[in-house]
Ligand binder design. Structure first.
Ligand SMILES: [Zn+2]
Length: 591
C-alpha cells in the first residue's frame, strides 16, 4: 500500500519536476500501451519515457508526451504489451553460444533416418574438411529417439559417406554415440575396460556398439580440440543475439570458466554486450577443504573483469561463486543427495516391487564442516554463494551453511542462492525466507517428460513424487524465488518455461504420455513473471536498477506480441518478443 501511494505521488511530481528543470527532452516516449511495470503494486500504465538510458516517467499518455521534444522518438504501442526485460538467474551462456554454432539435433524427437539426414547436412556444410577433423553433434534427445526404445549404434553413423570421426552427444550430458572412425582414433576395442564411473556398451559379439556412458565419454571428448579464443568470442556474440531475441536483458553465467568472462568482456569492449552479464566462477569440491588458492583465483578474475557500479550501458560483474553440492536426482544418474534412499525395483518389469534400497546418492560434494567455513570466507570477500543443490539432502546442507553464516555474521548482506531445488523436504520450505536464501528454479522441469522427472514416481516413491519441483510450495512459504533457464541443458525458451511454471504441463507435441500436469501447486502468472524479473534482479543485486519499470531504473524492457497476464496461460509458450531494449538502446527488433 505504501509503495502504491509513493508511486502515485511520483506520478504527480514527475511532470512538475520536468517543468521546473531545464527542458531536457526524453529520448524515447512510449504511449497507448499496456505497460506492466511489475512495481510493488503491479501497476499497469499506458506510457513510459526514457532519457539517457533510464526510465524518467511511467504514467499516462499526456504526462509522457509532455516530456517529448523535437528529437524525441515517439512509439505508439497501439495497445501492445511492454514489460521489464527478462533476467535469467542461472545459465551457461558460453556453452549455449558454442552450441548455436555447432551441428545440433536441437533436442528434437527424431527417427534414425532423420538423425542421419541432419548429420549428413552438417558434413556437407563442412565441405572439404580434412578427414581427421572431428564432427561433434550436440543436443541429441536420446530418450525420445523414435520409435521409443530403438537401438542406436555406430551403424547409424557408419552409413554416412565420410571418413571423419563423428560423435553425437546427448543433451543431458550422460551419453555419447561414436562412429567406427572415432572409436578407432580413441583406441576403443572390445578389450577396452570400462573406466571408473563410465560404461562402454558392447554387442553380442563383444564389440563396442559406439554408445558410451558418463565417464567413458571422456575417452572420446578428450580427442576433440577445444574451442579457440575466436570460437569463444563468436559463441558469446551468438549467445547474446539469442538472448536479445528471447527478451533476456541480464543473466548469470552459473559456472563461469575464465574464458567465458574473457569472451563476454571482449564483446563488451567491441560495444556488443546487449545484456547485463554476471559471472559465477566455480570452486571445485576438491578445493573445498583448502580453498584459499581457488578463492584467490576468483578474486583475481573479479579484479581483472568486474566493472563495479552498474550503469545503463550493460557491464560485467564477478560477484557470485558457484559450488556444486550434488548432481541430479533424475534417472539414470541418481546423483542427487537425498535424505531418504532412492527406490529400486526388486521385482520384474511386469511385477514391480519398489524398495527403498537404492542408497541416498553420493556423499555431499562439500560436506557440512567444509561448506560452512567456505561460505563464510566467500561472504567476507563480498561474494554471493550460488549453490547447486538438486536433492533434498543437498538442499538441507546448503540451507544449514546459510544458517551458520547468518548466525556468525547477521550484519552481512550476503545473498546465498540455491539452484534447482528439485526435491526439498517440507521441513525446509520456510527456511528460505527465514534465512534470506534465494531458490533459483528452472520452471521448464516442472512437467511430465522423459528427461526431467520421467520414472520419478517409482524411484522417488509417492510422497516425494507428489512434491517434486516445489516452486508453488516455496512461494507459499514466502521464499524469494528467482528463475534460471540452465541453458543449454534445455533449449533457451524462457516463454515455454514460464508457461510450465504456471501450468506444470508439457508441450502438446510431447505426446499423450506426458499430457497431464505434474502434481503439486504451480505459480500464478504474476509470480512466475516476477521470478524472472524482480526475483532474479534481487538475486543479482540489480533490484535498484532493473527488474521493474520505475523512474530512475535502467530502460531494460521488452515489447511482446500478447497479454500474457490474461487468457489461457498455455498460450504464454507461444509469446514472441517484438522488441528488446537494454539501457535505452534497442538491441533486438522482430522486423
Ligand atoms: Zn546449471
Amino acid at each position: 500500500m505504501k509503495a502504491r501511494l509513493l508511486a502515485s505521488i511520483g506520478m504527480v511530481l514527475t511532470p512538475v519536476a520536468a517543468m521546473a528543470a531545464p527542458p531536457v527532452a526524453a529520448d524515447v516516449v512510449f504511449t497507448h500501451g499496456a505497460i506492466h511495470t511489475l512495481d510493488a503494486g503491479d501497476r499497469v500504465v499506458s506510457a513510459l519515457a526514457v532519457r539517457d538510458g533510464r526510465i524518467v516517467y511511467v504514467g499516462d499518455d499526456a504526462g509522457a508526451l509532455a516530456l517529448a521534444g523535437a528529437g524525441t522518438r515517439k512509439v505508439d504501442l497501439k495497445g501492445r504489451v511492454v514489460m521489464p526485460g527478462l533476467i535469467d538467474g542461472h545459465m551457461h551462456p558460453l556453452a549455449g553460444g558454442l552450441g548455436l554454432l555447432s551441428c545440433t539435433l536441437d533436442y528434437r524427437r527424431l527417427t534414425i533416418p532423420e538423425m542421419q539426414g541432419i548429420v549428413k547436412g552438417c558434413l556437407d556444410h563442412g565441405g572439404s574438411a580434412a578427414e581427421g577433423k572431428w564432427l561433434v553433434v550436440i543436443n541429441w534427445f536420446q530418450q525420445e529417439t523414435q520409435p521409443i526404445g530403438v537401438e542406436t549404434t555406430k551403424a547409424l553413423l557408419d552409413a554416412l559417406p565420410t571418413k571423419r570421426p563423428i560423435i553425437i552427444q546427448s543433451s543431458f550430458g550422460h551419453s555419447t554415440l561414436a562412429n567406427s572412425r572415432a572409436l578407432e582414433l580413441a583406441g576403443i576395442t572390445g578389450k577396452t575396460p570400462d573406466p571408473v564411473g563410465g560404461q562402454i556398451h558392447h554387442d553380442a559379439n563383444g564389440q563396442p556398439t559406439g554408445l558410451l556412458e558418463d565417464a567413458a565419454q571422456h575417452l572420446l571428448s578428450r580427442l576433440v580440440p577445444p574451442p579457440t579464443v575466436a570460437d569463444n568470442h563468436a559463441a558469446a556474440r551468438a549467445a547474446l543475439a539469442a538472448m536479445a531475441k528471447q527478451g533476456v536483458t541480464g543473466f548469470l553465467d552459473a559456472a563461469a570458466p575464465p574464458e567465458a568472462v574473457e569472451a563476454f568482456s571482449t564483446v563488451a569492449k567491441e560495444g556488443g554486450l546487449t545484456a547485463r552479464a554476471h559471472f559465477a566462477p566455480v570452486i571445485e569440491p576438491k578445493d573445498g577443504p583448502a580453498p584459499d588458492k581457488a578463492i584467490a583465483g576468483i578474486v583475481a578474475l573479479r579484479k581483472a573483469y568486474d566493472q563495479g557500479e552498474l550503469s545503463p550501458q550493460p557491464g560485467i560483474t564477478v560477484r557470485n561463486v558457484k559450488l556444486f553440492m550434488d548432481g541430479v536426482i533424475t534417472a539414470p544418474a541418481f546423483t542427487g543427495v537425498m535424505l531418504q534412499p532412492y527406490r529400486v525395483n526388486k521385482g520384474t518389469a511386469d511385477m514391480p516391487d519398489w524398495q527403498p534400497s537404492g542408497g541416498t546418492g553420493p556423499a555431499p560434494y562439500f560436506p557440512q564442516p567444509v561448506l560452512d567455513p567456505l561460505v563464510q570466507k566467500l561472504a567476507a570477500l563480498g561474494f554471493d554463494p550460488h549453490m547447486h543443490a538438486d536433492g533434498d539432502g543437498a538442499v538441507r546442507i546448503a540451507l544449514n551453511a546459510s544458517e551458520a553464516l547468518r548466525k556468525a555474521h547477521p550484519e552481512w548482506g550476503t545473498r546465498p542462492a540455491i539452484a534447482h531445488d528439485e526435491s526439498v523436504d517440507p521441513a525446509d520450505y520456510a527456511r528460505y525466507k527465514a534465512l534470506g536464501v534465494i531458490p533459483v528454479l528452472s520452471f521448464q522441469w516442472e512437467k511430465q517428460a522423459a528427461d526431467t522427472v520421467g520414472g520419478a514416481k517409482e524411484f522417488m516413491g509417492p510422497d516425494r513424487y507428489a512434491r517434486l519441483e516445489p516452486s508453488g510450495y516455496l512461494t507459499q512459504a514466502g521464499a524469494p524465488i528467482a528463475y534460471g533457464s540452465d541453458w543449454p541443458v534445455d533449449p533457451l525458451d524462457e516463454w515455454f518455461a514460464l508457461k510450465v511454471g504456471v501450468t506444470r504441463l508439457n508441450a502438446p507435441s510431447a505426446g499423450e504420455q506426458y499430457a497431464h500436469p505434474l502434481p503439486g501447486p504451480g505459480l500464478t502468472v504474476a509470480q512466475a513473471v516476477h521470478a524472472i524479473t524482480t526475483g532474479a534482479a534481487y538475486e543479482l543485486r540489480m533490484e535498484k536498477v532493473a527488474g521493474s519499470l520505475e523512474p530512475g531504473k535502467f530502460a531494460d524492457l521488452i515489447e511482446i506480441d500478447r497479454d500474457i497476464f490474461a487468457g489461457d496461460p498455455r498460450a504464454i509458450a507461444d509469446t514472441r518478443v517484438l522488441m528488446t531494449m537494454v539501457g535505452g538502446k534497442v538491441v533486438y527488433s522482430a522486423d
